[in-house]
Structure formats: structure tokens, C-alpha cells
Design a binder for this molecule. Structure first.
Ligand SMILES: Cc1ncc(COP(=O)(O)O)c(C=O)c1O
Length: 502
């Protein structure tokens, strides 16, 4: 069965039957170790720092000769595996980081083992990506939309705005793909393109402005209401003022679930405004878009289905391992017009492995792409979208439980509305705790002790000048007891720090 192996050529494959058997045994050990580690999570600290004694390994020079797979794995097992940032743990609530799932972990192994090239090609993996994109387009109310899996929310959003820039410029008779956003001596200077979103929009928008050559000046920040949603009257006024000043508005970003507080803009109203003003409507739904999968929450993102493009992550509330995000573009022709490229070396034929061309290369920046869609396909095949929706609902309910605990505790103070899965609050001693800098120092210490003791990992933010502990909940492993443990620990450490400071 095994083709004859010779010693006169090199390969990374095992060579002899014994080599294959050894690798198989090692693989089983890796799998057992990872599953054991995941099962033990509730009984382990959320985070522990990499000890100084173990850091030397990471300063070693690049190996000229290897130590063999067993020894390499042993280094991983002892020096890497125990020292992640903790986001797979049931009491991790920081930033917006998903846990991953055991089945998706195995699916990533299948994807890497098969290692297909997802520029496109006439192959089943391309059908998997096409199918998963189609499922989400349907569930998000954009049936028939084109889509692409990318690394993360930042890339998904940038792709949406890139489509907007090229499409809107074309409507003005400008060829943004040919001319970029530069002024050429043989053409009239184009009016600067500008785009809008609330001050609560995630930082990717600034990167997009810079990377797309528009410049940060082109990124117009619209003020928010006290619930952190965009002020639409201010948006309309800014657009009018910009037009009057000779600028060219081209896009409005609505956010479904802002990173600070989980606020969702009035997406329906933004869709109306964009229709009136002939602007591209992009929704950043990095995590919030996924509530479209939950019948009892779907109304929260009403209007998203009218967007020209939507970006969302599956490595946040979809629980998939990094990296896994998706951009949907309502009009497939527009999506392709923004990115397609032909090259002699990518020639497509009617038959053979390149039949059908490279559709994913034609929808985004990456030519070489991995098989990110497989883990999503596998998890959904195994569990169905109803279960994913129920887990999202469970997180929202757990956050409401946390809100009730915070609101009813005399030493805890909530600092913002918590409409979805994010709660911003702080410890405040019964005595008041002093001024803002004192409360910030106290809560910074609470945050760091929580993390360093491995109890729980929230992150932090600043709202209207006030420092907040921030729980962003996309954790499918969390129990109500974990939420209670977080609250108990915040209060206990808060008292400890406050009392020590007296
Ligand atoms: C609302 C929002 N948009 C975009 C992003 C960026 O996503 P990513 O970190 O996957 O690039 C985030 C990340 O937290 C986010 O919360």
C-alpha cells in the first residue's frame, strides 16, 4: 500500500512505516492533550504569565538542525500550551474574543491536512465556502449576496469600504481602480471622497481610511447619543456641510454592536438616509450581526438586510477559532468589479482544475487563501444554526443576569446601557472612592489583580472620561456560576484595594 520510499530524496513526510506509526502516535497524543486541556479549563486559572525560566526558549537562535517532532511537541506542551492569553476559558470576557470549539479545532486540522488553495478552483472546498457564504447571506436577509471569508473583522470591513469607494467613484465617472485617489496632471482634480460612522465605530475605520489612500481626514466621526448610537441629525448635517464644502461623501457605516458598549445604530434610518443621499451603506456587524440568527433578537439589527455590504466575524460570537470572518456584498457584480483581475498565469479553462476560475481571488485582496470556511461548515453541519442562535441568546441572558447583579450591588456602578452582550461597570466603595483618577487607579488595580490571579479576564475601556471594567461576552463555555464568581471577585478585590489605600 505504501509507495516505496527511498533515502535519496528529502521530504517532510515520514519515510518508513515506523516513522508513520510514530507520527500517528504523536498525533493522537496531541489530540488527547488538547482535549484534556479543554476539559480541565474550569479548574485551571484563566491566565498565567510565561515564567522567566521558560522565556529563554523564545530567544534561542533559529535551529539549523531539528530536534525531531517528539521533542518539538514537548516544547510546545511545556512552554506554549499553558501560557495562552486565556480566551478559551469559561471566565474570559475581555475584548471580543471567542473560545473556539473542539469540533472546529479538529476541522482546522482537516483543513490544514488537506491544504487546498482557496483562490477558487474546480474543487469541493470552493463549494464549501460558496455554500457557507450563501447560508449566512440568507440568514442575514441578503439572499444572493456575494461573500468572502477573510482573517477578521478589520479585513471584512475594509473590503466592504473598498467596494463602496470603487462603486461610488464609478457612479461619479471616476475610475478609482485606475486612478486611485490621486490627482493626475492630465485629469481634473477629483473632489476628496469622505465617509461616515459614529465616534463609537471600531478603530478599523481609521486603518481603512489610511490604507485605501483616503487619509484619516476622510473618515468623518459622527457624535453619539447617551446610549452610544449615532446621532442621525448630526450625520445628515455633516453630509450637507461636506457637500457644500466641495467634498464627495460616498459611504455611511452603521454598527451592529459597538465595541465599547454593544450599541446598535438605527440601521433602518441609516438605510433610508443612504438611499436618499445615494450613499453606500456598510454595516460593521463584527459580533452584533450574528443576532440575526436568533429569532427573539433579530429585530435588534433591523435594517441590516438593506445594507450594500455587511462585515461579521465568526471568531467572535460564532465561537470559531481564529481567523474567521466574512464580508457580504449585496450585488455580486459590484463585488467582483471592485477586485477582479486577470493574469496569464491564472488562466481559466472550461475543463480541468481551473474551470470556474478563481472567484475568491476576484472578491478580495488575497490570492492564496486557506480553507477557513470548513470549520464553520462542519460546526453548522453538526449542530445547526438554531443551536448557535441559542448560545448567543444564552450569552445575552447571562449578561442581563450580570447587569442585575451589578445594579443591585451597592459597591458596583454600571457606566453604560448594556443592550446586548457588553457590560461596563466599576467598583465603587460605599465611601465613594474619591475622584475620577482615584476610581481609575482603584479599578485598574482590580482589573490587573483579577487577571494576574487567574480568576477572570474582563478588559477595560473609558466612557465619557470614566474608566470601566468591560465584560464583552461571546463565551459559549460560561455558566451562571462563572458570572457570579466574577462579581464576587470584583467586590472582594475592590474592598481589598480600597482598604489597603486607607
Ligand atoms: C465592532 C467591531 N468591529 C470590528 C472589529 C475588528 O475585528 P477583528 O479584531 O476581527 O479584526 C471589532 C473587534 O473587536 C469589533 O468589536
Amino acid at each position: 500500500m505504501t509507495p516505496a520510499q527511498t533515502a535519496d530524496r528529502l521530504t517532510f513526510d515520514p519515510v518508513t512505516e515506523a516513522d508513520w506509526a510514530a507520527l500517528r502516535e504523536l498525533g493522537h497524543r496531541m489530540l488527547d492533550d488538547l482535549l484534556d486541556a479543554q476539559r480541565a479549563l474550569p479548574y485551571t486559572p484563566v491566565w498565567r504569565p510565561l515564567p522567566g525560566t521558560k522565556r529563554q526558549l523564545f530567544d534561542a537562535p533559529g535551529p539549523v538542525h531539528g530536534v525531531g517532532a517528539d521533542a518539538a511537541y514537548e516544547r510546545f506542551r511545556t512552554h506554549v500550551l499553558p501560557y495562552g492569553n486565556g480566551n478559551w476559558h469559561p471566565r474570559f470576557f475581555g475584548w471580543v474574543q471567542g473560545n473556539g470549539t473542539p469540533l472546529a479545532m479538529l476541522s482546522d486540522m482537516l483543513a490544514a491536512g488537506m491544504n487546498p488553495h482557496l483562490a477558487g478552483f474546480n474543487q469541493a472546498p470552493a463549494q464549501v465556502e460558496r455554500q457557507v457564504v450563501g447560508w449566512f447571506a440568507e440568514w442575514m436577509g441578503m439572499p444572493g449576496a456575494s461573500g468572502l471569508f477573510v482573517t477578521g473583522g478589520t479585513m471584512a470591513n475594509v473590503h466592504g469600504v473598498a467596494c463602496a469607494r470603487i462603486t461610488q467613484a464609478r457612479a461619479l465617472g471616476r475610475n478609482a481602480r485606475q486612478d486611485g485617489v490621486q490627482a493626475w496632471p492630465d485629469a481634473p482634480s477629483p473632489a476628496p471622497l469622505v465617509f461616515y460612522g459614529s465616534t463609537e465605530t471600531h478603530g478599523w475605520a481609521r486603518k481603512a481610511a489610511e490604507w485605501l489612500g483616503l487619509g484619516d481626514r476622510a473618515w468623518r466621526r459622527v457624535p453619539v447619543h447617551t446610549d452610544y448610537t449615532m446621532q442621525l441629525e448630526a450625520l445628515a448635517q455633516m453630509i450637507a456641510d461636506d457637500r457644500a464644502a466641495g467634498l464627495t461623501p460616498f459611504c455611511v457605516i452603521g454598527t451592529a454592536g459597538t465595541v465599547n458598549t454593544g450599541a446598535t445604530d438605527d440601521l433602518d434610518a441609516i438605510a433610508d438616509l443612504c438611499a436618499r443621499e445615494s450613499l453606500w451603506f456598510h454595516v460593521d456587524g463584527a459580533f452584533g450581526a450574528l443576532v440575526a440568527l436568533v429569532p427573539s433578537l433579530r429585530d435588534r439589527v433591523k435594517g441590516m438586510e438593506r445594507a450594500d455590504s455587511v462585515a461579521f466575524d465568526l471568531h467572535k460570537w460564532g465561537s470559531m477559532p481564529f481567523e474567521c470572518a466574512c464580508v457580504l456584498v449585496r450585488d455580486p457584480a459590484v463585488h467582483v468589479a471592485a477586485f477582479s483581475q486577470t493574469a496569464a498565469y491564472l488562466g481559466a479553462f472550461d475543463r480541468g482544475v481551473s474551470a470556474g476560475g478563481q472567484p475568491f481571488n476576484d472578491r478580495g485582496l488575497d490570492l492564496t487563501r486557506g480553507f477557513k470556511a470548513l470549520k464553520v461548515w462542519m460546526q453548522l453541519q453538526a449542530d445547526g444554526v438554531e443551536k448557535l442562535g441559542a448560545i448567543i441568546r444564552q450569552n445575552v441572558d447571562q449578561v442581563q443576569y450580570l447587569v442585575r447583579m451589578v445594579d443591585s450591588h451597592t459597591e458596583l456602578e454600571r457606566l453604560a446601557p448594556a443592550p446586548l452582550n457588553i457590560v461596563c461597570f466599576r467598583y465603587r466603595p460605599a465611601t465613594g472612592g474619591g475622584d475620577e483618577p482615584a476610581l481609575e487607579a482603584l479599578n485598574t488595580e482590580v482589573l490587573l489583580r483579577l487577571q494576574e490571579r487567574g480568576v477572570a479576564i474582563p478588559s477595560s475601556t473609558r466612557l465619557a472620561g470614566r474608566f470601566a471594567l468591560r465584560v464583552a461576552h461571546v463565551n459559549h463555555r460560561t455558566t451562571d456560576e462563572d458570572i457570579e464568581a466574577l462579581v464576587d471577585a470584583v467586590v472582594a478585590i475592590g474592598r481589598e484595594v480600597a482598604n489597603a489605600g486607607r
